[in-house]
Design a protein around this ligand. Structure first.
Ligand code: CAA
Length: 257
């Protein structure tokens, strides 16, 4: 594994996965997501593991999908790469998955945290769906999961302005389970994991599946719709401009084309 670190025996019945591309703020490139998918599958198959914690580092949980990897892609390239089949497998993880978030959880990073079952946030965490600022829109479930988690008004605001919210705001909107000082967020996530690891792992898996069933009843349709629109943004000049401007560290000039 190059971009993630795995400790299968972090604590009794608890595994820890750390996203490990610190220089890129844990930007989620295709390889990292593939490694994460394979690791989650292996941990699901490991009877010793009952709960999984997913984290980044203090500065970044993950600053989104890797913009540099996507910048020159066409809609058809994106369709063929089909990165979201990996996300679909990740969301089917059977064991309880806790996101321990500090620093940036943006775009795909926010979507990855929301794919987990619970979020423990440090006081420095920043959540957001800033894709609109680079000429695209959320593509890994953001328009669906954020709306279900925090309601239409706030989700619309975040998706259309791309602005970030603090962990306190995220807490008040119901996006996260708990906010604690930075030095405590791993401890807090571990305590929560230990509490769940003490339960029947079978009951925990079935209960998780059942909660998700109520949450995801119409999600497939929403995700399919979102995905097509995400790919469509790659046929716009604004996507090229937005991503290129990011790479060149300048302000984008959008033309609505
Ligand atoms: N993709 C690729 N590289 C990224 C990245 C990303 N999403 N986010 C940060 N990086 C890289 C930067 O390019 C930079 O690399 P260099 O040192 O080589 O220039 C490095 O990480 C550090 O980043 P910054 O210098 O920008 O750090 P900062 O503290 O000044 O700013 C930030 C932090 C506000 C998070 C800023 O990096 C940023 O805006 N990142 C992009 C956030 C974003 O737009 N995410 C959405 C991506 S699209 C998506 O996720 C689609 C989807 O739904 C699937």
């Amino acid at each position: 594994m190059e971009f993630i670190k795995v400790n299968e025996a972090y604590a009794k019945h608890i595994a820890l996965i750390e996203l490990n591309r610190p220089k890129e703020l844990n930007a989620l490139n295709l390889q990292l997501m593939g490694e994460l998918r394979d690791t989650l599958k292996a941990l699901d198959d490991n009877d010793e593991v009952r709960v999984i914690i997913l984290t980044g580092n203090k500065k970044a949980f993950a600053a989104g999908a890797d913009i540099k990897q996507m910048a020159n892609k066409t809609a058809i390239d994106m369709l063929k790469i089909d990165q979201f089949s990996t996300w679909d497998q990740i969301r089917k993880t059977k064991k309880p998955l806790i996101a321990a978030v500090s620093g940036f959880a943006l775009g795909g990073g926010c979507e990855l945290a929301m794919t987990c079952d619970m979020i423990i946030a440090s006081e420095s965490a920043k959540f957001g769906q800033p894709e609109i600022k680079i000429g695209v829109m959320p593509g890994a479930g953001g328009t669906q999961r954020l709306t279900k988690a925090i309601g239409k008004a706030k989700a619309m605001e975040l998706v259309l302005t791309g602005r970030f919210i603090s962990s306190e705001e995220a807490m008040s909107y119901g996006l996260v389970n708990k906010v604690v000082p930075v030095e405590m967020y791993m401890h807090e996530a571990t305590s929560l994991a230990k509490e769940i690891a003490n339960m029947s792992p079978i009951a925990a898996q079935l209960a998780k599946e059942s909660v998700n069933r109520s949450f995801e009843t119409h999600l497939d349709e929403g995700l399919t719709f979102e995905r097509k629109n995400f790919y469509l943004t790659f046929s716009s000049e604004d996507q090229t401009e937005g991503m290129q401007a990011f790479v060149e560290k300048r302000k984008p000039e959008y033309k609505g084309k």
